[in-house]
Design a protein around this ligand. Structure first.
Ligand SMILES: Nc1ncnc2c1ncn2[C@@H]1O[C@H](COP(=O)(O)OP(=O)(O)OP(=O)(O)O)[C@@H](O)[C@H]1O
Length: 316
């Protein structure tokens, strides 16, 4: 990753009707950085990314992407952006090569044949170039979608839940490819709900109700959460789960296989609650690592509680 800043925005705001869906977002992104946007459905992830990339006009805020003003030079930014959505569609009865050739025409690339060959090579699609897109597995379709979105050599790539519905091996290979592209200087903005995708980003930004409520590397976001975790195992975990749920200091209780994870913000209260619930029962308790998922569930709970429309008086 270089030190060059490619995105620098301040106070980015978007309203749809009465609703402010992105609320004064500040963000900087460096060249070659992979930034993951996470948060509940409808929290403003896609809207934020679309504004950064010149696809949507902000109502307030300012900044640059790739050196261009996001308010006045969106056309220039758009040309440098590749966009891969979940809903990317191909001509199923065309081959991989024919689909890419079609995309090359759309972009009016000067030397189409060379561009298609280079992209096929880049993504390991050469040996399959004559296969029909409709006959490809989910993983290869994903790869074709990636090929189509980077063929015009964009400087920024937007990925919208890029590996939904793809098996773990294909996901891993897809992300290896994204990292290789980032090492070559491509900046990647990813919107996702998946922990494994978040964990493969250099940095994550968690958005709730249009505001960034956590940001940093995965390790930093976990540390900033201030959460502690205890793991309980043994024959009577179900009884411990019942006893500990709702106890002071306990924020989350969840079973992972046969291990019970108990998470809270006050380490002292949490430890006491776990000890009390485990007392006299056939279980073992130990400190555990707080996971990114635990942190996201907590952030979601806090954001929900802070949202005025969720307060009891709002429902009355
Ligand atoms: N063009 C639009 N017109 C009106 N409302 C919109 C428009 N685009 C998005 N919204 C609303 O803005 C809010 C934020 O949407 P956005 O797609 O940015 O959320 P998201 O965090 O990407 O959600 P998801 O995880 O479900 O993809 C939602 O309430 C959505 O319904």
């Amino acid at each position: 990753m270089s030190d060059e800043t490619v995105v620098a925005i301040k106070g980015l705001t978007k309203r749809f009707g009465e609703k402010t869906v992105v609320d004064a977002v500040d963000l900087e992104v460096r060249r070659g950085e992979i930034v993951g946007f996470l948060g509940p459905n409808g929290s403003g992830k896609t809207t934020t990314i679309r504004m950064i990339c010149g696809l949507l006009r902000p109502d307030a805020g300012e900044g640059t992407a790739l050196g261009f003003d996001i308010r006045t030079q969106s056309e220039r930014i758009k040309r440098e952006v590749g966009y891969m959505t979940q809903r990317f569609s191909f001509y199923e009865d065309l081959t991989i090569r024919e689909n890419l050739d079609f995309v090359a025409r759309l972009y009016a690339l000067p030397d189409r044949r060379r561009a298609v060959d280079a992209t096929l090579d880049r993504l390991g699609l050469k040996t399959r170039q004559n296969q029909l897109a409709g006959a490809l597995s989910g993983g290869w379709k994903q790869r074709l979608a990636l090929a189509a979105s980077i063929m015009h050599a964009p400087k920024v790539l937007l990925l919208d839940e890029p590996t939904a519905g793809v098996d773990p091996l294909a996901r891993r290979e897809f992300w290896d490819e994204i990292h290789a592209l980032a090492e070559d200087g491509l900046t990647v903005l990813v919107s996702t709900h998946y922990m494994d995708e978040a964990e493969r980003c250099h940095r994550i930004v968690y958005i709730a109700y249009g505001r960034i409520v956590a940001r940093g590397t995965v390790g930093e976001v976990i540390a900033q959460s201030g959460l502690s975790t205890y793991v309980v195992t043994g024959r009577e975990v179900a009884a411990v789960a019942r006893a500990v749920r709702g106890a002071p200091g306990v924020a989350q209780v969840a079973l992972f296989g046969s291990a019970l994870h108990v998470v809270g913000t006050d380490d002292g209260l949490l430890g006491a609650a776990v000890d009390a619930a485990a007392e006299g029962r056939d279980v073992t308790t130990a400190r555990g690592e707080t996971s990114l998922e635990d942190v996201f569930i907590r952030l979601m709970d806090v954001a929900r509680a802070d949202d005025p429309s969720n307060r009891p008086e709002a429902a009355a």
